[in-house]
Design a protein around this ligand. Structure first.
Ligand code: ZN
Length: 200
């Protein structure tokens, strides 16, 4: 699969949690001393214009608007707006048992992408649901800036061609409901994403 605006096939989908102190606090988490890293499979990818179908075993799927970073074939940095969907009730159960987050984070459609564009940082992020703004932030508030995160992931795991990195969410995460329309934007509209949540 080739994501719009990227000239290499999609590789791994890396995700970083708790990269904005204000969001870590709103979920009652400590601000970590090193990045919290998890992965989603390629099958989680959902493109703008698509429909999210929340899984039947979750009563609460949250939106997390994020900058997604990737390298083009020429090595230049690209960015896209993305939504890291999270089955929060499932995640809370997993966290309580000390289990991995895969069932809460890696589901079908849980990695949504707008088109990739040449990176211009810092960039504003926003997400609205049915026209009402729910999340607004700036990548200037990241605890680990994009280039540092990429360097960390490359050094620790080895980034490959087509790998993309969800870089964490600013505060304001909340649940989606059947029939909702989501609009997300990065860099004042440089990358935009619109999705619908399926009726149950
Ligand atoms: Zn996230």
């Amino acid at each position: 699969m080739i994501l719009p605006g990227l000239d290499v096939p999609l590789g791994a989908i890396w995700c970083v949690g708790r990269n904005y102190a204000a969001h870590a606090r709103e979920l009652g988490n400590e601000v970590p001393s090193e990045p919290v890293v998890f992965l989603k499979p390629a099958g989680a990818a959902l493109l703008s214009g698509g429909t999210l179908r929340p899984p039947a075993d979750s009563a609460r799927v949250d939106h997390e608007v994020e900058l997604v970073a990737a390298r083009a074939a020429d090595g230049s940095l690209r960015m896209a707006v993305g939504i890291d969907f999270t089955a929060r009730d499932v995640q809370d159960r997993l966290k309580a048992k000390g289990l991995p987050w895969t069932l809460a984070k890696a589901r079908r459609g849980f990695a949504a992408f707008g088109p990739f564009v040449p990176a211009r940082l810092p960039a504003e992020l926003s997400l609205s649901v049915n026209g009402a703004v729910r999340q607004r932030g700036t990548t200037a508030d990241m605890l680990w800036p994009v280039e540092r995160l990429i360097a960390y992931l490359d050094e620790t795991f080895g980034l490959g061609s087509g790998d993309v990195v969800f870089t964490g969410t600013p505060p304001g995460v909340g649940p989606v409901a059947p029939g909702d329309r989501l609009e997300a934007s990065l860099g004042g509209g440089l990358s935009r994403l619109s999705l619908r949540v399926a009726e149950r």
